[in-house]
Write a protein that binds this ligand. Structure first.
Ligand SMILES: O=C(O)CCC(=O)C(=O)O
Ligand SMILES: [Fe+2]
Length: 367
C-alpha cells in the first residue's frame, strides 16, 4: 500500500511545529509627548566616538514607557556568559520589530539630527564627512530592539560591541550593517536610579602603551532621563561597561544605526561612483535620490543634460509616484505615498511629467 499522503493541512502543521512563529511585537505606546526637533541637538562628547542627544524622549514619555516595559516578559541573563562574551547581569527583552525601529528613527528627532536634515542642532558636516562619521549612509535603526532593566547590583561588564549585518524589511528588503550603538536611557538619579553609568575606556596612545604613564581617564556618561547615547561600534568600538546599579532601576532601550554599503547596493544592481547612484533594471524605473532626504524635490536635483552623467545607461524616470507602487527598489520615505504626493505640488509643474534622465547627483558613500 502506498504510504498515506499527507493532507495539505497535515504537512503545514508539520512545518509549523518545526518553527514556531516569532512572538507578536508589543503594542508599544505612542512616542509622545516629544520635544520639537528644533530644540534638540547632537552633542559630540568624544569626537568620532560618542555622541548624545539630550531629551530625545521627554520625562513623561520615559515614565510611561518604564511602566509599559515592566509588563513585558523580561528574562534575567545568566551571570555565566558564553565563551568570549561579556558578563552581563540584567533583565532583558528582545524583539525584531522593524516598525518600532522606524518609529524610533523617524518619529523622533533622531533621523533629522543624524542625517543633518534638522535646521539646528546637527553637526556642521559635509555629506562626505557625515558618511565618514556614521560609517556610511545611515538608513535607519536595527529592527532588533533590546530592552534592558538593571536592578540594584546588576551591571554589564567591560566589552566591545560588534557590528551586525541585518536586513531592514521593505519591498524589497534592504541589507544593511550596524555601525553605531544606540542606548536610550529612560531613568536616572532623578527617578531614583543611582549608579549604572556607561563608562568608556579610551585606548592609551600607541607610544604610551609600554610607558609607565597612567592610562587615560575613563569617560563616564551619566544617566539622564530621555538621553540618547550613540557610540561607534565594530572595529573601532571603545571598551565600555554599564556600571553596577547601586539603587533603584536602570531602564535602557537599545538599537543600532544601520548603513547601506557599496557592496550591498551593488548586489541589488545599483551602481555608485563618487557622486551618483544608478539603478539598473531591464524594466525600469528610475533613479533614486540618495540620500533621499536631501532631495525633497528630486527633479530639482537632477543633473542638467549634457553632463558626464549621460554616459550612464539611459533610464526613464517615470513619475516618482510609480516608485511607490511597483518599485524595482525603494528606500525610506519614497516608499510612502504621502511623500510621493508631496512631489506633485504645484512647485513641480515646471518639470515634464516623464523626463528622461540618466542619473541623480548624490553624495559619495564610502565602501
Ligand atoms: O547599559 C549600558 O550602560 C551599556 C549597554 C551596552 O554596553 C550594550 O548594550 O552593549
Ligand atoms: Fe555595549
Amino acid at each position: 500500500m502506498p504510504p498515506k499522503k499527507k493532507s495539505k493541512s497535515e504537512s503545514s502543521a508539520v512545518v509549523k511545529s518545526s518553527k514556531p512563529p516569532p512572538p507578536p511585537p508589543p503594542n508599544w505606546p505612542a512616542l509622545q509627548p516629544l520635544i520639537p526637533a528644533s530644540d534638540l541637538s547632537l552633542h559630540e562628547l568624544l569626537p568620532g566616538q560618542i555622541i548624545t542627544v539630550p531629551n530625545l524622549w521627554t520625562t513623561t514619555l520615559c515614565k510611561n514607557y518604564v511602566s509599559f516595559l515592566s509588563s513585558l516578559p523580561l528574562t534575567t541573563t545568566p551571570g555565566k556568559p558564553n565563551k568570549g562574551d561579556a558578563v552581563r547581569v540584567n533583565d532583558r527583552f528582545q524583539i525584531d520589530d522593524a516598525s518600532f525601529a522606524e518609529r524610533l528613527w523617524s518619529g523622533t528627532a533622531l533621523k533629522n539630527l543624524v542625517l543633518g536634515l534638522a535646521e539646528y542642532g546637527t553637526l556642521d558636516l559635509s555629506d562626505a564627512e557625515r558618511n565618514k562619521l556614521w560609517g556610511g549612509q545611515v538608513i535607519g535603526l536595527n529592527p532588533n530592539i533590546r530592552v534592558y532593566r538593571y536592578s540594584t547590583g546588576q551591571f554589564f561588564d567591560q566589552h566591545y560591541d560588534d557590528f551586525n549585518n541585518v536586513v531592514i524589511p521593505g519591498s524589497p528588503a534592504m541589507p544593511a550593517r550596524t555601525t553605531w550603538t544606540l542606548l536610550l536611557y529612560l531613568t536616572s538619579p532623578a527617578t531614583g536610579c543611582i549608579g549604572g553609568e556607561t563608562v568608556f575606556y579610551p585606548e592609551p596612545a600607541p607610544r604610551n602603551k609600554k610607558s609607565k604613564e597612567p592610562p587615560p581617564e575613563p569617560f563616564v556618561v551619566h544617566l539622564e532621563v530621555g538621553l540618547a547615547l550613540l557610540h561607534r561600534h565594530g572595529a573601532d568600538c571603545m571598551l565600555h561597561e554599564g556600571r553596577p546599579v547601586l539603587e533603584g532601576e536602570k531602564w535602557v532601550i537599545r538599537s543600532d544605526l544601520c548603513i547601506v554599503t557599496h557592496a550591498q547596493l551593488r548586489s541589488r544592481n545599483i551602481d555608485i561612483d563618487n557622486k551618483a547612484l544608478v539603478i539598473h533594471s531591464s524594466t525600469v524605473m528610475g533613479i533614486v535620490p540618495f540620500p533621499l532626504h536631501h532631495h525633497c524635490h528630486p527633479p530639482r536635483s537632477l543633473p542638467h543634460s549634457g553632463t558626464r552623467l549621460l554616459t550612464y545607461r539611459r533610464t526613464i524616470f517615470t513619475e516618482l509616484l510609480t516608485l511607490g507602487d511597483s518599485p524595482p527598489f525603494h528606500l525610506g520615505d519614497l516608499t510612502e505615498r504621502s511623500h510621493s504626493r508631496a512631489l506633485n505640488t504645484p512647485d513641480d509643474v515646471s518639470y515634464p511629467s516623464k523626463p528622461v534622465y540618466d542619473c541623480l547627483v548624490v553624495p559619495s558613500i564610502p565602501t
